[in-house]
Design a protein around this ligand. Structure first.
Ligand SMILES: C[S@@+](CC[C@H](N)C(=O)[O-])C[C@H]1O[C@@H](n2cnc3c(N)ncnc32)[C@H](O)[C@@H]1O
Ligand SMILES: Nc1nc2[nH]cc(C(=O)O)c2c(=O)[nH]1
Ligand code: SF4
Ligand SMILES: [Mg+2]
Length: 269
């Protein structure tokens, strides 16, 4: 079912549910989340790549990257509502002690905090994949923050759905240095940039400098990860080597997209 056709403001997804998209929600507790998919795989990205993990993918996002590999959580958000207890029970079915909460943008939802608290109580290691525009206080073991660069903006030529209607909103919202600094102060953090080519690297360096200037929390170069843009093996064949060389040149880390290398764009991987 559609979650929201336009998550125009933070939290609007949840408000719209309350306005009538809740017909097949079980119960009326307010700790439920719109879930697009839940599956077990190997963490494909970042410093925990290769670790067996359960992925919980919420629906709804406050941004619209043209390249979003989770189209049905952002451009056309779909999913069903589940309470935290049901989600924990579904996660417990798998043999993994790491949980990755992703989306869409998981931190637009209040109930993501409830889910993270329930998972921490049960001893799970939690990673949150977030675009770094929303701060939440929650038990997060690794904040996997992926700030969005100018090359992510859905201009008219690159809009996967319309004619660039989202470009201005995306551009206004995509970077918030204060929020990035707060996340860094509170959580073990990696900054994981999607890189489309050499033209992205100056913006990364400028942003890293601005974040360092905004906080006393350390942001060493080995916490800055460059990840090649690509939803498919074919696209990664064009980007991965260029991005690896940029990482070596600038002293940052490279992260693969292990799941795409292994399973291409298969659902539930
Ligand atoms: C779908 S996003 C969900 C979490 C959050 N909204 C974010 O962007 O960080 C999960 C991860 O996939 C990355 N990603 C999305 N589309 C991508 C693409 N085409 N190529 C490489 N990484 C991509 C994001 O940057 C993020 O690190
Ligand atoms: N295997 C696998 N690893 C991932 N790491 C981050 C992912 C995400 O979509 O947030 C992801 C994903 O979708 N699949
Ligand atoms: S911020 Fe994340 S979920 Fe939202 S559009 Fe960009 S990649 Fe997709
Ligand atoms: Mg993914």
């Amino acid at each position: 079912m559609p979650v929201a056709d336009d998550t125009d403001a933070l939290g609007e997804t949840v408000e719209r549910r309350d306005e009538g998209q809740d017909s097949d929600r079980d119960g009326d507790s307010d700790d439920s989340l719109p879930i697009n998919e839940l599956f077990c795989s190997l963490q494909g990205e970042g410093r925990l790549a290769g670790v067996p993990s359960v992925f919980v993918r919420t629906s709804g996002c406050n941004l619209r990257c043209w390249f979003c590999d989770s189209y049905h959580t952002s451009w056309e958000p779909t999913g069903d509502w589940y309470g935290v207890a049901d989600l924990v029970a579904a996660i417990d079915e798998f043999d993994a002690d790491h949980v990755v909460l992703t989306g869409g943008e998981p931190l637009i939802h209040d109930a993501s905090v409830d889910l993270l608290e329930a998972l921490a109580d049960r001893g799970y290691h939690t990673t949150v994949e977030t675009n770094g525009t929303v701060y939440r206080d929650a038990p997060i073991d690794l904040a996997s923050v992926s700030p969005k660069l100018a090359s992510s903006t859905p201009t008219e030529e690159r809009d996967p759905k319309g004619d660039g209607e989202w470009a201005d909103r995306h551009e206004r919202r995509r970077l918030d240095v204060e929020t990035l600094a707060r996340l860094l102060e509170r959580y073990e953090t990696q900054l994981k940039f999607v890189v489309t080519g050499p033209g992205d690297v100056d913006e990364i360096e400028t942003l890293v400098s601005r974040v360092r200037a905004a906080t006393d929390a350390p942001l060493p170069d080995d916490r800055v990860l460059l990840m090649p843009e690509g939803q498919t093996r074919e696209r990664l064949n064009e980007t991965r080597e260029v991005v690896a060389e940029l990482a070596i040149e600038r002293g940052y880390r490279y992260t693969p997209r292990l799941h795409v290398d292994l399973w291409n764009d298969a659902p539930g991987t």
